[in-house]
Ligand binder design. Sequence first.
Ligand SMILES: Cc1cc2nc3c(=O)[nH]c(=O)nc-3n(C[C@H](O)[C@H](O)[C@H](O)COP(=O)(O)OP(=O)(O)OC[C@H]3O[C@@H](n4cnc5c(N)ncnc54)[C@H](O)[C@@H]3O)c2cc1C
Length: 409
Amino acid sequence: MDDTVTSCDVLVVGAGPGGGNAALQCARLGLNTILIEDHHEIGTPVHCGECISDVACQNLGLTLPEHVISKEVKGIRVIFPDGTEKCLSEHGYVLEKHLFEQWIAESAVSEGAKLSLGHKITGMEKVYLEGKFSGWRCEGKGEEFPIFTKVVIDASGVASVCSRLLNLNPRGKVVAGMQYELEGVPTDGYLDFYIWPSYAEKGYLWMIPKCDGRANIGLVTEDKPRTKKALDEFIENTHFKGLNQNLPAWKKKGNPAFGGTIPISGPHENTHSDGLLLVGDAAGFTSPLFEGGSHLALKSAVFAAQTAAEAISDNDLSAKKLSKYASLWKDEFPPYDKILKGKNALFDLTDEEMSIMARCLPDEMSEMGISGKAMVGVRLLFKSPSLYAKNIIRAMLAFGYSRAKYYGW
Ligand SMILES: Cc1cc2nc3c(=O)[nH]c(=O)nc-3n(C[C@H](O)[C@H](O)[C@H](O)COP(=O)(O)OP(=O)(O)OC[C@H]3O[C@@H](n4cnc5c(N)ncnc54)[C@H](O)[C@@H]3O)c2cc1C
């Protein structure tokens, strides 16, 4: 390898939660790791409602420092079209997400990873030594390029850059998400999720409370062209009307709205290849009903780092060797297709049918158990037996799968 090429064991592309944690875990495993980020600052622009469950933090061994926590919350309250409210109580946090991502990347650096901001990967070419695949020569914008690496971890989010450069997977579907930070928002400590299809088609709206009376008010919807209009109408027609819109602290100027897109086609067919592992949104890992992805991104990063370390140690970077990664996430993550069927069944219901279903549910949905579910079944049978033909049970199970232990948030 010539002197002008930077070399490493693992190149992590993107410093979101997935990439930051991949770099942290790789560095901890003693791998020579470079973390590159396209932007000149980590975590901005924020494209997240910013919530993460306590279960997620425990699952990941994360002890959040005070400065990244905006507010502790009691769980999710789902609000159905007729206003019926049901809770999925479980402790969690609303983060200052950009500070959270910066903290993870700083932790990676303190464990020995090298962080290069303003670096964007634009090309990848396989390198062979004596006929054996030995890594990637990566091209891009930024002084570290070209970079030779044994393994690339693609954590570039919905852009899924490496997968696209290599034509590894077809382009998946995405939904649009947008939010404002409002001030003076009343809260009792729950995340309020409104399933109101008239504003958010096959999506939902949220009020995610933060400290000092601030809150993220937003939505995800499959009706992309109507995203902003629908959010503005929702605010105008609810108790959020007239509240001040803040420019979030990380945003110096411009429009107060912020957001992004979320992959909704489920995990990509190929989440690994020779010397390549896809994590987080880049792999299509999001939770189908409420579209949370941070927990999945952070956890897939752990699996990717373990797989990369083993492959490098065994001097075998082949796709076959790296297939262990796919086994790890498939064993751990909930069945996407099953939950998606539940989500589709939910959105096949009319507003009226959804509300009937909601009124049959217990006020607290997190610990229903077998007898609780049977009770709901009996109530439904009395109120609207025809709903059974519309896969109502499947729709209800989608809420269960949105709990933290199933990587819902
Ligand atoms: C509006 C909205 C609200 C959401 N709310 C929540 C929520 O409350 N809770 C939750 O769990 N999830 C939420 N999500 C989803 C969550 O934000 C993502 O699932 C999560 O951020 C995925 O993490 P990631 O590391 O895979 O990707 P990302 O966070 O997208 O990070 C990817 C990084 O890669 C960088 N990058 C891209 N291309 C390149 C390149 N060519 N070279 C170098 N770097 C590159 C990007 O700049 C970025 O920093 C929300 C998403 C949206 C859009």
